[in-house]
Design a protein around this ligand. Structure first.
Ligand SMILES: [Zn+2]
Length: 442
């Protein structure tokens, strides 16, 4: 993985860095998910550079604490002291107990009783109650809790019998709303300035990627709004990652607002307030960061040397740049051709077919009959075939067998529209978000 690529969280900057990296060799990055594939987020995901960053934990509202911290002992009952300790890993519990003067064998026994209830990777808050009426402190009780306030109480009676009682999490979910205006610097700084968690910034860009070209259409002064949900524990501290529920952007020329909804058995998707999917039937371009070098129409062919109809659009890009399926469909051809080199043909619904030419190679395992998702990499830019002078993608779209201009195909009117029970569930979720927005706008 190339490091240092993402030095900004601004999708506009990602686009720039993507362009800068065009000269660099392209590795076999992870496949972008269909939803991510369009636009700029995908450019970064394809290299894998952002992937690790995206899965960083959201910044927690909890204060940063030392690996092991102890509060001053407090008196509880006669002869009892109560110590609160915080450990960064539950597996450190035996050493912690031993350090508090508990016999190592008993420490192991107590920890073994507590650990099944504790998050092995997360921070644990432990309240230790000891009887100090005799010279050697005697263990009475351990209350250990996870970040979400779930946990366990371990007791030991004077006869040495150990009992455990699980504690259920006390977590509630809150909706947070942020409004902001794009500064002249970056979308990232604009978003962070109003308190949008880092992890949600690329999600916001993704949610609106079908409506906006973040590189060309977003400018200083444009207004945005987000609503996200976050679980919080009994102390009001964030538990787990936030989830973006709503994204809205208003530029000088247009405005779009989308709500997150997960149809039963499906992946999360973004819908406008009426329940129409933000996903378009066809991606604007099946390749990121590429330059259009030849449009659809009559032209003098550079290698054939006569005027003929150019049946597609040419996108110049370095060898190895991923080529995406422009929409969900079935691969009906993945074969070399003479003039067009390595070709991929995908049949979509509504009589639509897309074709991709001159690839250096196919995506691993790509074969005729395979179902592909919108945004899935099907091949990589190359210079194969006799009808090309440099590395580019020649991209064609056909409707019922007739070539049409890929840039002229309407992309905005055939997304999924929710209906029936799905629409009702969506509306309930949308109304919940809108109530949260209205409350926090006062
Ligand atoms: Zn062409």
């Amino acid at each position: 993985m190339q490091s240092g690529i993402v030095d900004s969280y601004d999708p506009r900057e990602w686009a720039k860095s993507w362009e800068l990296r065009q000269s660099q060799a392209h590795g076999n990055g992870p496949r972008p998910s269909p939803m991510l594939a369009l636009g700029l987020a995908a450019a970064i995901l394809t290299t894998g550079a952002l992937t690790a960053w995206m899965f960083h934990e959201a910044p927690s509202a909890a204060p940063v604490r030392a690996t092991t911290a102890a509060t001053p002992a407090k008196q509880t009952g006669p002869g009892e002291v109560r110590r609160t300790l915080v450990i960064s890993r539950a597996t450190d519990l035996p050493q912690l107990l031993t350090a508090q003067g508990i016999d190592p064998a008993l420490s192991q026994q107590l920890a073994a009783s507590a650990l099944p209830a504790l998050d092995p990777a997360g921070e644990v808050r432990a309240v230790l109650v000891l009887d100090t009426s005799s010279p050697k402190p005697r263990f009475v009780r351990l209350e250990a809790s996870n970040a979400d306030s779930s946990g366990v109480v371990v007791r030991r009676d004077p006869a040495g019998q150990i009992t455990t009682a699980r504690v259920v999490a006390q977590v509630s979910e809150k909706i947070f709303v942020q409004h902001g205006v794009m500064d002249g610097d970056s979308f990232y700084s604009s978003a962070v300035a109003v308190g949008i968690p880092n992890s949600l910034i690329p999600v916001f860009a993704k949610a609106l990627a079908f409506d906006f070209d973040f590189q060309r259409e977003v400018a200083a002064g444009d207004a945005f709004e987000t609503a996200y949900t976050q679980k919080v524990n009994a102390s009001g501290e964030a538990v787990g990652a936030p989830t973006l529920l709503y994204a809205s952007l208003t530029t000088a020329s247009k405005s779009a607002s989308v709500y997150r909804f997960v149809p039963p058995g499906a992946q999360e998707e973004w819908f406008d307030a009426s329940g129409r999917s933000a996903v378009r039937s066809l991606m604007r371009t099946p390749i990121d960061g590429a330059r259009i070098t030849s449009k659809f129409g009559m032209r003098y062919h550079p290698t054939l040397h006569y005027n003929r109809l150019h049946k597609g659009v040419d996108f110049a890009a370095p060898i190895g740049t991923p080529i995406y399926a422009a929409a969900d469909g079935t691969v009906t051809g993945a074969t070399p051709t003479g003039c067009g080199g390595n070709m991929v043909v995908i049949q979509h619904d509504k009589g639509l077919q897309t074709r991709y030419f001159h690839a250096s190679r196919y995506a691993e395992g790509l074969h005729a009959g395979q179902h592909v998702m919108q945004g899935q990499t099907v091949s990589y830019v190359g210079v194969t075939g006799t009808c090309t002078t440099g590395p580019h993608l020649h991209y064609e779209t056909l409707v019922n067998g007739e070539h049409v201009d890929p840039l002229g195909i309407p992309t905005d009117n055939s997304g999924k529209v929710l209906a029936g029970p799905e629409l009702l569930a969506f509306e309930a979720m949308r109304d919940r978000v809108d109530v949260g927005r209205a409350q926090q706008q006062q």
